[in-house]
Write a protein that binds this ligand. Structure first.
Ligand code: KMH
Ligand code: ZN
Length: 283
């Protein structure tokens, strides 16, 4: 865990994942689900220190959708109103068909998630067949979309090594990994597991980490201590502290930015993150 040797070690990439596909608007009334709510949250999160946004969208009925036109409109609105690196989720919701997930790339985001294997996901299964992962990787390369490899369990890092070995580096030539920890069915969200995962991360790769639910803070502190970057947001946690619900996504970004600054690795700007992970600069 040689923090200083990892690219981007001088600053912290903070990604906000504001919505996700799991929480309902009925259960979490402050979850951003309309385009207006999403953009307002994105603007506030950028001001608080976020440089990238991991986006799941919702339909008019507030349930998750991968509607192509809505995705394009979302990318356009976020580009218009913010400088954030726009990352679309290709994970979607657990029941989304592979074809719909692949079609997400036609919205031409800066970045897209690419989960490196199948994992139990609470009572569901988040299915990511090998052939599907390879197809995502290939289509992202063709479109010059920079992947963020989502890792829910340590074995998926072996799959990432196999992918890079068999199919080459992604667009931008840099490998960035996001450890999603604490999902029931995936790897636990604790320091020991993060340290074990880092031993399997490709040389030269950057990584961020996010802890789901109550693992949010331990994972954030562990990642900072290991030279890693951070993802926070209501996709992953809707409680701010014991017995206290999250006010909004900016509240989570503010805390991440404060902790990153305490760690002497203050938030990176969106432009710095574009350079770090190999996304073309915006105009
Ligand atoms: N909603 C989860 C089933 C991703 O965005 O790429 C998958 C997920 C991963 O959130
Ligand atoms: Zn997601």
């Amino acid at each position: 865990m040689a923090a200083a040797k990892r690219p981007g070690g001088h600053g912290t990439l903070i990604t906000v994942a504001p919505t996700g596909a799991e929480h309902t608007k009925a259960d979490v009334p402050n979850l951003p689900v309309t385009l207006e709510e999403l953009v307002a949250e994105a603007v506030a999160c950028e001001a608080a220190g976020a440089a990238m946004i991991h986006v799941h969208i919702r339909g008019a009925d507030t349930t998750p959708t991968l509607d192509p036109q809505r995705l394009k409109d979302t990318v356009a609105a976020l580009r218009e109103q913010t400088d954030l690196v726009v990352q679309l989720s290709t994970g979607g919701a657990v029941a989304d068909p592979e074809e719909d997930r692949l079609r997400v790339l036609d919205a031409m985001p800066d970045s897209a998630s690419c989960t490196m294997g199948t994992v139990n996901f609470g009572d569901d299964v988040f299915l990511n067949r090998w052939e599907f992962v390879v197809e995502l990787h290939k289509r992202m390369r063709e479109r010059r979309i920079v992947p963020e490899y989502e890792i829910f369990d340590i074995g998926q890092l072996a799959s990432l090594a196999r992918l890079l070995d068999q199919h080459g580096l992604p667009a931008g030539g840099h490998v960035h990994v996001d450890l999603v920890m604490g999902v029931p069915g995936g790897m636990p969200g604790d320091t020991e597991t993060l340290a074990a995962a880092l031993r399997a991360i490709p040389a030269g790769a950057t990584f961020s980490a996010t802890g789901v639910g109550r693992t949010s803070l331990p994972v954030m502190l562990a990642s900072l201590s290991a030279g890693g970057h951070l993802r926070v947001g209501m996709e992953d946690t809707v409680s701010y502290a014991r017995g206290e619900r999250v006010r909004d996504n900016a509240q989570l970004v503010e805390r991440a930015a404060q902790l990153a600054s305490v760690a002497q690795r203050p938030p990176l700007s969106a432009a710095e993150v574009r350079t770090l992970i190999g996304v073309a600069q915006s105009n």
